[in-house]
Design a protein around this ligand. Structure first.
Ligand code: DX5
Ligand code: ZN
Length: 229
């Protein structure tokens, strides 16, 4: 089934706990937290302190998307802050195998993210070691950007590739996911959908989360049905 991960990047940080509780009450699956360093990506956001605030605001899993150079320096700090899963960018890790295993050794789940222009072949050798493959559908750094349509084919190729493996790896998409793009990514094979502006930018984030899930699940059922017809 489809999982929805609201990104707090678009939330009101003056009342973060209340915002997180609204999406939790609406059935969100995971809280997605975007850590940016002003170096790997142009924007700056937050570090372990805010992850810990999110952790204490919810019983949902907290996922930390590390858009930072040298993520290996901060893995243990984010784990101590309460991260249940950490996602590192292949572009920031020349020693990706080492970093993936560093995350696993903390007991957290691990994902690898790829920018839109980074080939799937970059992660081919590490797939057996990861839980999540995050395909960026915008260039990372900011919320509210336009979905890059060309990534759809990459999602489809990732789905084909992963279906030949024994273990289950979730395909996650992040960036520009909203009511206009959700069907496209689900049809292509995405299972875990990150949404910032589409949820926290809405007047009622809970309702927006419910609506996005309904749309995603309807498309998922349609795709399953047509595949078996
Ligand atoms: C972008 C971040 C995203 C961001 C998505 O670099 O990784 O998680 O919050 O925001 P929207 O859904 O507004 O595109
Ligand atoms: Zn993200």
């Amino acid at each position: 089934m489809i999982k929805i991960a609201p990104s707090i990047l678009a939330a009101d940080f003056a009342c973060l706990r209340e915002q997180i509780r609204r999406v939790e009450a609406a059935g969100a699956d995971i809280i997605h937290c975007d850590v940016m360093d002003g170096h790997f990506v142009p924007n700056l956001t937050f570090g372990p302190l805010v992850i810990n605030a999110a952790r204490r605001s919810t019983s949902l899993p907290v996922e930390v998307h590390l858009m930072i150079a040298q993520p290996e320096r901060y893995i243990s700090a984010f784990r101590q802050a309460g991260a249940d899963r950490m996602i590192v960018h292949a572009e920031t890790c020349p020693h990706l195998h080492r970093v993936v295993h560093q995350v696993k050794e903390t007991g957290a789940g691990v994902g690898v993210a790829l920018n839109p222009a980074t080939s799937l072949t970059t992660v081919e050798e590490i797939l057996p070691d990861i839980d999540v493959l995050l395909l960026m559908t915008v260039n990372p750094g900011f919320g509210g950007q336009t979905f890059i349509q060309a990534v759809t084919e990459k999602i489809r190729r990732a789905r084909q590739k992963l279906s030949t493996l024994r273990q289950e790896i979730l395909i996650e998409v992040d960036g520009g996911i909203d009511q206009n793009t959700v069907a496209t990514v689900v049809e292509a094979g995405a299972q875990l959908l990150v949404a910032g502006s589409a949820i926290f930018g809405a007047a009622d984030p809970g309702q927006a989360c419910i609506a996005l899930r309904q749309q995603a699940e309807a498309e998922f059922m349609r795709t399953m049905f047509s595949a078996h017809a």
